[in-house]
Design a protein around this ligand. Structure first.
Ligand code: PMP
Length: 400
C-alpha cells in the first residue's frame, strides 16, 4: 500500500510559494521565487511574445506534429547566435552541438546525463552558494559534484582567491559550473579581470566550463554584455557546456524553453554528439514541446520583434534596479543597523540580503514576506506598493 513512502519536505524555493498561496494575511508578499512582476505585482507576458503568438496562430501551415528529439533546429541555430554571438568562429566552423530542452532545468539534466555517459566519474564543481537545484540535479542524475568557494560573507563579495584555489585543486579536466551572468543567489559576478583569471586557471587545468545562462539580459539589460564571459572563454578555445533558459528573459517560465550546447573538436563530432543526445532525449521525454520554442524563434528571426524584445528586457531590468534603489533608500531612512550598499551593488533578479536564517524565518513568520532561508529576496517581486513594508520588516528583524 506504499506506506513505505515517506513524505518529502517541501522544495526550498517552490515550497515557499505554496506557503504564500495558503497565507490569508493581506500584507503577504512573495519574494521567494525568481519570477518577474510588474509594479502592480502582476505576472507579465511580454508584448513581443503576444505578437509572436498571434503570428504563430495565423500561420496556416501550423501543425502539432512531433519535433525531432533534438528539437527545432532553426530555433537551436538562433539560440546559438544569441549565446555565442553573430561573429562566433565556433559557429562559423560548425563546432557547437545544441539541443532544444525543457528550459534551463531540462538543459542541466540533459547535460548531467551526457556527463554520466561520456565523462563517467568526472565531478562537476559548483559554486557555494548556488541555486540549490544545481546540486540536486547532479545528485539525482548520479553525477559526482563538489562545491567551490565563491562567496566572501564578510565583505559580501566574490571570494576570488578561494575560488581560484579550489579550481586549481580540482583534478585536471574537471567540469566547472559557472553562472553566465547574474549569479544566483548572490547577485555578485566576477569583473572582467576576474573572469580572465578564472579563464586562465581553467585553461591551464583543461577544465570544461559549464556556463549556466538563465539570466542573459537581466544582469545589465544588455544581451551582449551578459554573454561576456561565455564569449571570451569560447574565443579562447576552452571546451564549454552551456545550459540556456528563456524563462526569465522572455518571461516564458511555464512554457519550458531552453537549450543545451557543447563545443566539439570537429563537425563530425558534433554529428555524433547530437545523435547520442537524440537517444538520451528519446528515453527521457521523447521530444520537446513546440509552442515556446516557436515564440522564441519568431521573435529572434524578426528584426522588429527582436528590437521590441530587447526594449522590454531592458525595461524589466531597469524596474528591478529602481526597486534596489528604493529599498536601499528606505533602509537608510529607517537607519536600519548594518551596511546595505550591497542591495544596490548586486545585479540580476536577486538580493542576497545578508539576513541570517533566523531573521529570514522571522520575515516569513512574523511579517508574511516569503523569502528564502539563505537570505535571498527576489527583487523582481518588489514593487512600489510593497517596498516600504519590506524595508520596515527588514528593519524590524534586524533590530530584534
Ligand atoms: N539556472 C539558474 C541559476 C536559475 O536560477 C534557474 C531558474 N531559477 C535555472 C537555471 C532554470 O530555470 P528554468 O528551468 O525555469 O529555466
Amino acid at each position: 500500500d506504499w506506506a513505505n513512502v515517506p513524505a518529502a519536505p517541501l522544495d526550498p524555493i517552490l515550497g515557499m510559494s505554496q506557503r504564500f498561496q495558503a497565507d490569508t494575511d493581506p500584507r503577504k508578499v512573495n519574494v521567494s521565487i525568481g519570477a518577474y512582476r510588474t509594479d502592480e505585482g502582476k505576472p507579465l507576458v511580454l508584448n513581443c511574445v503576444k505578437k509572436a503568438e498571434k503570428i504563430i496562430l495565423d500561420n496556416t501551415t501550423l501543425n502539432k506534429e512531433y519535433l525531432p528529439q533534438r528539437g527545432d533546429v532553426t530555433y537551436a541555430a538562433l539560440c546559438q547566435k544569441m549565446l555565442f554571438g553573430e561573429d562566433s568562429q565556433l559557429l562559423k566552423d560548425g563546432l557547437v552541438a545544441t539541443a532544444q530542452t525543457l528550459s534551463g532545468t531540462g538543459a542541466l539534466r540533459l547535460g548531467a546525463e551526457f556527463v554520466k555517459r561520456y565523462a563517467p566519474g568526472t565531478a562537476v564543481y559548483i559554486s557555494s552558494p548556488t541555486w540549490g537545484t544545481h546540486n540536486s540535479i547532479m545528485d539525482q542524475a548520479g553525477v559526482p559534484y563538489k562545491p567551490y568557494q565563491y562567496w566572501d560573507k564578510e565583505n559580501r563579495n566574490l571570494n576570488l582567491a578561494g575560488m581560484l584555489d579550489d579550481l586549481k585543486a580540482a583534478p585536471d579536466g574537471s567540469i566547472i559550473m559557472l553562472h553566465a551572468a547574474a549569479h544566483n543567489p548572490t547577485g555578485v559576478d566576477p569583473t572582467k579581470d576576474q573572469w580572465d583569471q578564472i579563464m586562465e586557471v581553467c585553461k591551464a587545468k583543461g577544465h570544461v566550463c559549464w556556463f549556466d545562462s538563465a539570466y542573459q539580459g537581466f544582469a545589465t539589460g544588455c544581451l551582449e554584455k551578459d554573454a561576456y564571459a561565455l564569449r571570451k572563454f569560447a574565443e579562447n578555445g576552452l571546451p564549454l557546456f552551456v545550459s540556456q533558459s528563456f524563462a526569465k528573459n522572455f518571461g516564458l517560465y511555464g512554457e519550458r524553453v531552453g537549450t543545451f550546447s557543447l563545443t566539439c573538436g570537429s563537425s563530425d563530432t558534433v554529428k555524433s554528439v547530437m545523435s547520442q543526445m537524440d537517444i538520451i532525449i528519446r528515453n527521457l521525454y521523447s521530444n520537446p514541446p513546440k509552442h515556446g520554442a516557436n515564440i522564441v524563434k519568431t521573435v529572434l528571426s524578426d528584426p522588429e520583434l527582436y528590437q521590441e524584445w530587447r526594449d522590454e528586457l531592458l525595461a524589466m531590468s531597469v524596474r528591478i534596479q529602481d526597486m534596489r534603489k528604493v529599498l536601499f533608500d528606505e533602509l537608510i531612512r529607517l537607519e536600519t543597523p548594518g551596511s546595505w550598499k550591497h542591495v544596490t551593488d548586486q545585479i540580476g533578479m536577486f538580493s542576497f540580503t545578508g539576513l541570517t536564517p533566523e531573521q529570514s524565518k522571522a520575515m516569513v513568520e512574523k511579517h508574511h514576506i516569503y523569502m528564502l532561508g539563505n537570505g535571498r529576496v527576489s527583487m523582481a517581486g518588489v514593487t512600489s506598493g510593497n517596498v516600504k513594508y519590506i524595508a520596515a520588516a527588514i528593519d524590524d528583524v534586524v533590530r530584534n
